[in-house]
Ligand binder design. Structure first.
Ligand SMILES: [Fe+2]
Length: 247
């Protein structure tokens, strides 16, 4: 049994709640699909926890932006990234170096036989969004599915669910939180730990047990995260407010 987490975005309260939920089930194998940092108030702590707890971690676009330069980010996200970079550069030298090295060595993709793990999509692992409404974009979906042997696990949109090759999308609610793999190819979005955007403010992650997927939601104290975001001028208050709404 494996736990798949993604899009933590510097939200330590959400990350700790999810890890506690994972630990409670005795699961020790954890994969992180990127965006450890960006938006949230605890980038250093989240990098440290992920480095310690996850066996596999994939590079996300916000991790990449903190390391290099933000591309295609809106003004608020860019301000947050520059603040995040400052945080990652202004701790003790040894700590800075350790975190920088960890982020700098993250792969953009991992393949394990028929399984693929990316942040965005199989076609553009770092930056491409695959939204539920993309099922109406046949060309896009066909091209992405052509690059997937069987199942691709991804994050990036912060919207959990299952895409099937027949161009359907099913949310965890529609699936009753459970999905049984068939021979058909699927893309699985594991949702976001630290900034859910599907209208549910609980942290999202997925369990993978053989052919069975389980979508999990974990409540956490987002007011504590919000109270850290408000006093940091470089982090827009909106980044806190949206945690309350899960949007
Ligand atoms: Fe993200």
């Amino acid at each position: 049994m494996r736990a798949l987490i993604s899009d933590i975005h510097g939200n330590l309260e959400a990350l700790e709640a999810v890890l506690a939920d994972i630990d409670q089930q005795g699961i020790t194998e954890i994969y992180c699909l990127g965006d450890i940092v960006g938006y949230g108030p605890n980038p250093r702590e989240c990098v440290d926890v992920v480095a310690k707890r996850c066996q596999v971690t994939i590079l996300g676009n916000h991790d990449q932006a903190a390391l290099f330069d933000p591309e295609g980010f809106n003004a608020g996200a860019e301000r947050a990234i520059f603040w995040t970079r400052h945080m990652l550069e202004s701790d003790q030298a040894e700590e800075n170096e350790r975190r920088w090295e960890f982020l700098g060595e993250l792969p953009r993709m991992r393949r394990e036989e028929e399984l693929l793990f990316v942040h965005g999509s199989a076609r553009n692992p770092l930056n491409e969004y695959v939204f539920p409404e993309d099922i109406y974009n046949q060309r896009k979906m066909e091209r992405i599915f052509a690059l997937v042997d069987r199942h691709c696990f991804q994050g990036h949109t912060h919207i959990p669910g299952v895409f099937r090759e027949d161009l359907s999308f099913m949310s965890p609610d529609e699936l009753d939180s459970r999905y049984e793999f068939t021979d058909a190819k699927t893309l699985v979005n594991v949702g976001s730990v630290g900034q859910p955007r599907d209208g549910d403010n609980r942290a999202s992650y997925v369990l993978l047990d053989g052919n069975t997927l389980t979508f999990k939601r974990v409540p956490y104290d987002f007011e504590q995260t919000i109270a850290k975001i408000y006093p940091i001028p470089e982090l827009d208050n909106f980044l806190g407010d949206r945690l309350r709404d899960g949007r």
